[in-house]
Design a binder for this molecule. Sequence first.
Ligand code: MRU
Length: 354
Amino acid sequence: MRTVEWHDGVVRMIDQRLLPHRFEVAEFSEYQEVARAIKEMYVRGAPAIGAAAGFGLALAALQSPATTVPALVEDLKAAYDVLYAARPTAVNLRWALDRLMHLVYSLETEDVDAVRQALVAEAQRIADEDVEINKRMAQHGAELVPANARILHHCNTGALATVDWGTALGVIRMAHEQGKNIHVWVDETRPRLQGARLTAWELMQWGVPMTLIADNAAGYLMSSGQVDLVLVGADRIAANGDVANKIGTYKLAAVAKDNNVPFYVVAPTSTIDLQTPGGDAIPIEERDPREITHVGDELIAPEGVRVYNPAFDITPARLVTAIVTEYGVVRPPYEENLRAVVEQAEEDRKKANR
Ligand code: MRU
């Protein structure tokens, strides 16, 4: 199944907290539950969060008892705020919610049910487009992967981080399917271990040769010439090309630069936030100290220790070799070239809606 999907007025999602040991599907019929599922990371990964939030807003439309469009809009605004607050860094969440609200404002109808149906259809479109966009990115990105490449990857950017297929891991999958004989170094990705739990699981299912490493091994691997390129995803890319991604990404980019290893970011245009000028304006989520003090249920630090747990960091644009989008590979100057692909995406969406 897809990571997140709509099924007869219910949102279904793979419960990623349980993987790789248990595969369970959670079902939600209220938007408040979807917001909680995003917060608690049943579903995670920027594009998957965006799609889940979109379905969450569609649920809110079905839940609302409104009999007029203005009353429905008020209920949707309240649901928007709850969903928006679920996780702050991944901009795909705001992007999906805004896209749905724009649709509502653009509809010239007084038929409340027509608005409800339009919202459900648009949320479904966001999910379907995500899969298609990922495959386009994979084609573009695979061109950057030489034969026999040894690739270093951080966090999880696979089918599980999107509706299906994946971003950086989608590029890896495509390069593997093209017979490029690649090998992937999989960062375990402390503290939540998305690499060890999810990326390793996905790559093993796809039959991609891989080796799991401790995050701290990445510097040694690069300095000893065992990495040809780094591929990561993004939670938000500022207008100047600064990239917010899973904590530890900046360290990888700095070491990659020091060793002349190309550092590529793979992300759809929905992850590019032109409203945010640079990385220092991107909100960084801070998560529960328990993610650091515990591995699973086991306490590994002294009881009562003070903890700081930022979930993301900012990689400055100067360390990013290129950004792969569904419109191709974007290189510096990022300010200008990112704007061009975002405008192209908006233009294409308008054309599709005409
Ligand atoms: O905290 P997570 O697991 O949601 O963080 C995910 C990442 O940092 C991914 O690299 C990013 O969302 C891109 S996924 C296609």
